[in-house]
Write a protein that binds this ligand. Structure first.
Ligand code: NBY
Length: 838
């Protein structure tokens, strides 16, 4: 038996075609769904029908747990985490659900016995790519860990009809296509039309007095949209707890414009319906620079309002007093995208439930906490006042009131410090006026956290300094983590098997136990087995690369990987400068002992981010020249893997040997890919940025390739007045490499194509590539030397994995639960269907 199917899952009391976990039962369930759910029989069923039949059979097996969890939560009303996130980058559900249910091996066997290709069925699932990158994937890892910790949780978000765009590379350029992930239906969701809510937009506000002569405000809105929840089960690993991911879809209200309809303008009326449904049509593909678009603000408000109304409904049907709302819900704001929730909860309590302002404010500030994910000043969300007023007139009034009270407190604390008031205000009045969403989140939350130690420190010193000075006690750090179920057990079964044979399987829910591997690094037989796992994973990755790019790469070369969103601060172009340097050395006969390397890049550029798109073109152009130059003698291969997503990540991290984490120090909040690489045995070359620092601390400086300036040094260099040209003049190799790019060598003689990149580097170089270049190249030489000693490299690889226990999202969510949410586990016991019926 493989490591994946150890602990026996709790067997439901009733064995039938919906619950049976035997191979025979699973096969019966499969054919039953093929027939009754899909209306097909094997002879005419396609691969997708087969996938859907299997998915439905598996979903059935989650339902008893899901219903028992819901029943327990309804009955006992435990304190619940509501994780509000505009993005959940879930990745495919099927494989993960099989792992968490503990039936992966049984199902694979049953499928094989039916004569089907299990891996091919898994590949049929269109991944729900409802996120851009790290932030959305973090939300997905957190809800997995929360379910595994048996903590009552609802993930609230948006059911985008089109997720992150599908990236293809044409002529070396990124081309975006729509992601039609719902095309063949989504077997994991259940539409809950009966819990739909109404969301208002636009219009104006009016005052009115009630029967007792008290003044209230009414929002005379001009548009109503329905929010319909779609629920998916989120299974804990080998526990009964099954939580809910509740994503909202915008639909037209029943009573769409009948006045227009009655005038005979049927299409006019129907087009209104189309407008409502546009709201949740597509995910905005920007990962660092928010788009100040009306539709985006509507999306944010829409899902926040739906979610808060849903929580109030759940609270009130349990017959609990509103005053206890904060005792029953801990709401986490995943960045500022849901920050409007602070004003919306105030509106619901004050306007709709007639609560006094001070009581409502006390409840609100005890309910919310806020996670910041960025240090880039341009990434902080702000909304033009005029736009905000037009869409959310009542919320603007509420924000003014919050601001007036808040600034009064500031005035008293910092008497006479008028500039501080200007800096802290929820409204930016320095030019065109804006609502500052991070300020709203800070004022409305009891706790504010960054996502790695350095990031949390820099928040206090820089981005949120004034808030820190006002409320130091609100600030804390929770370093990110990733779920080992998806990122090791599911994606790297070979490594999982080897680790489990060696130290047992407790590490899967207690990752620090990986430390037990460290002593085995001295065992040559274990190192052999470790290397074999990596080599087999590299063969799989080489096959993926060949399928997606046509390029054949050698599994014996070093796999040097950089996968993440394309951004100047992440410095993919620095990695390109290294490749061009090696190429230049080889071509000038100075190839010494260069070990064969395969450079793998992957990641999407925001469609409007021209520089990022040009960096992709630079990578693919260098790849074209390098891969086709016989003079390079296959020492170097460069590939750009198109459409990097969760599914590809599951093949890439296990096959990587070197992890590129080369952002400018002080720019990457944390990084989470860095953790996935380390736990799968890749060594890191990286700067002192984000969680790299903590990874290095854990694995030991001697097992980490460090280069570059520190955040502190970067600040000093910039304040002295950074002059990239000085570095250019001082380094002949750098001059040669930039000269090669400038000359059109990689662009068929076109000297203009990469001008924006080269001139940007020589002129401003805002991310200090040139000042880190020499250090990076030297560090890569140490990597090269280390790789020549395969035994030593393997030892370092084992030590990296063995010391990655800190970076499980189980540890992250445990910290949130203890220090921020004050929630604990609520184990679920299973009841038979009959019991639930009574
Ligand atoms: O969040 C990332 C950080 O860059 C990374 O360092 C960190 O590890 C990760 C998890 O904490 N941020 C990120 O992924 N941000 C976004 O995806 C994003 C998406 C949308 C918008 C802004 C940022 N937006 O304004 O629309």
């Amino acid at each position: 038996m493989s490591a994946i199917a150890t602990a026996a899952p709790t067997v439901p009391e009733i064995e039938d075609d919906r619950t049976s976990l035997t191979k025979e039962g699973l096969k019966r369930a499969f054919f039953d769904h093929l027939f009754y759910t899909l209306g097909k029989f094997p002879a005419i069923a396609g691969k997708n029908d087969m996938y859907l039949a299997l998915a439905h059979a598996v979903r059935d097996r989650t339902l008893q747990r899901w219903i028992c969890s819901a029943a327990e939560y309804m009955d006992q009303a435990p304190r619940t985490v509501a994780y509000l996130s505009a993005e959940f980058l879930m990745g495919p559900h099927l494989g993960n659900n099989l792992i968490n249910l503990g039936i992966y091996d049984e199902v694979r066997e049953a499928v094989r016995e039916m004569g089907l290709d299990f891996a091919e069925l898994l590949r049929q699932e269109e991944e729900p790519g409802l996120g851009n990158g790290g932030l959305g994937r973090l939300a997905a890892c957190f809800i997995d860990s929360l379910a595994t910790a048996e903590v009552p949780t609802i993930g609230y978000g948006i059911r985008y009809e089109y997720g992150i765009f599908y990236q293809t590379i044409i002529d070396g350029y990124q081309v975006e296509n729509t992601d039609k992930w719902l095309r063949y239906g989504n077997p994991w969701e259940i539409r809950r039309a009966e819990w739909a809510v109404e969301v208002k937009l636009g219009g104006h506000t009016e005052q009115y007095s009630d029967d007792h002569g008290r003044l209230h405000v009414r929002w005379a809105h001009d548009k109503t949209v329905m929010g319909v929840p779609f629920d998916s089960p989120i299974l804990g690993y080998r526990v009964n707890t099954t939580n809910t991911l509740r994503l909202w879809r915008a639909e037209a209200t029943e009573a769409f414009d009948f006045s227009v309809f009655n005038r005979g303008d049927y299409l006019g009326a129907v087009s209104k319906k189309v407008t409502s449904e546009n709201l949740t049509k597509a995910l905005y593909p920007n990962d660092e620079t928010p788009q100040g678009k009306e539709l985006r603000l509507e999306q944010q408000y829409f899902f926040v309002s739906c979610s808060l109304q849903d929580m109030l409904r759940l609270h009130l049907i349990r017959k609990l007093p509103l005053e206890q709302f904060d005792q029953k819900f801990a709401i986490q704001l995943n960045d500022t995208h849901p920050a409007i929730a602070v004003a919306e909860l105030m509106r619901l309590l004050v306007d709709e439930h007639q609560m006094a302002w001070d009581d409502a404010w006390r409840i609100t500030t005890r309910t919310f906490s806020y996670t910041n994910h960025t240090l880039l000043p341009e990434a902080l969300e702000r909304w033009p006042l005029e736009l905000f007023q037009r869409i959310l007139p009542r919320h603007l009034e509420i924000i003014y009131e919050i601001n007036a009270r808040f600034l009064n407190d500031v005035r008293i604390r910092f008497m006479g410090d008028e500039s501080r008031i200007v800096r802290l205000s929820l409204i930016d009045e320095s030019g065109e006026r804006y609502v500052r969403m991070a300020h709203l989140a800070c004022v409305g939350s009891h706790t504010i956290n960054g996502v790695a130690e350095l990031h949390s420190e820099l928040l206090k010193q820089d981005v949120l300094r004034d808030f820190y000075e006002m409320w130091p006690e609100k600030f804390t750090n929770v370093t990110n983590g990733v779920t080992p179920r998806r990122w090791m057990v599911l994606s790297n079964p070979r490594l999982t098997g080897l680790i489990t044979e060696t130290i047992g399987d407790d590490w899967i829910t207690d990752l620090p136990r990986l430390a037990g591997l460290e002593s085995h690094a001295a065992d040559a037989g274990f190192r052999d087995a470790w290397r074999k796992v990596k080599r087999d994973n590299k063969i799989d990755l080489a096959a993926l690369i060949r399928r997606r790019t046509g390029v054949v790469v050698a599994p014996d070369s070093m796999f040097d990987v950089m996968v993440k969103r394309i951004h100047e601060y992440k410095r993919q172009h620095l990695a390109v400068l290294h490749i061009a340097t090696l190429y230049h050395r080889i071509k000038s006969g100075r190839d010494g002992d260069i070990v064969p390397r395969t450079f793998v890049f992957g990641g999407k550029a925001a469609p409007g981010y021209h520089m990022a798109k040009l960096i992709i073109k630079l990578i693919t152009s260098v790849a074209d020249v390098v891969n086709n130059d016989p003079g390079v003698r296959d020492l170097l291969k460069v590939v750009f893997l198109p459409n990097f997503n969760v599914t590809h990540g599951q093949c890439v991290y296990p096959g990587a040997e070197l992890s590129e984490q080369i952002s400018l120090a002080g720019k990457e909040a944390s990084g989470t890919g860095n953790m996935k690489f380390a736990m799968n045995g890749a060594l890191t070359i990286g700067t002192m940025d984000g969680a790299n620092i903590e990874i290095r601390q854990q694995v030991g400086a001697e097992n980490f390739f460090l280069f570059g300036h520190t955040a502190q040094e970067v600040q000093e260099i910039k304040s002295r007045g950074y002059r990239p040209r000085d570095f250019y003049e001082a380094n002949a190799e750098l001059r040669a490499v930039l000269g090669l790019i400038q000359s059109g060598f990689f662009s068929r003689g076109d000297q203009d194509l990469f001008k924006p990149i080269v001139e940007g580097l020589l002129g401003w170089d805002p991310y200090l590539l040139l000042s880190d270049y020499a250090s990076y190249i030297q560090c890569q030489e140490r990597v090269n030397a280390a790789y020549l000693d395969a035994e030593a490299w393997t030892r370092m690889s084992i030590v990296n994995c063995a010391n990655s226990g800190q970076f499980s999202s189980d540890r992250s969510v445990a910290e949130y639960c203890r220090n921020i949410w004050r929630v604990g586990p609520r184990p679920i016991s299973l009841h038979a269907k009959e019991e639930l019926q009574s």
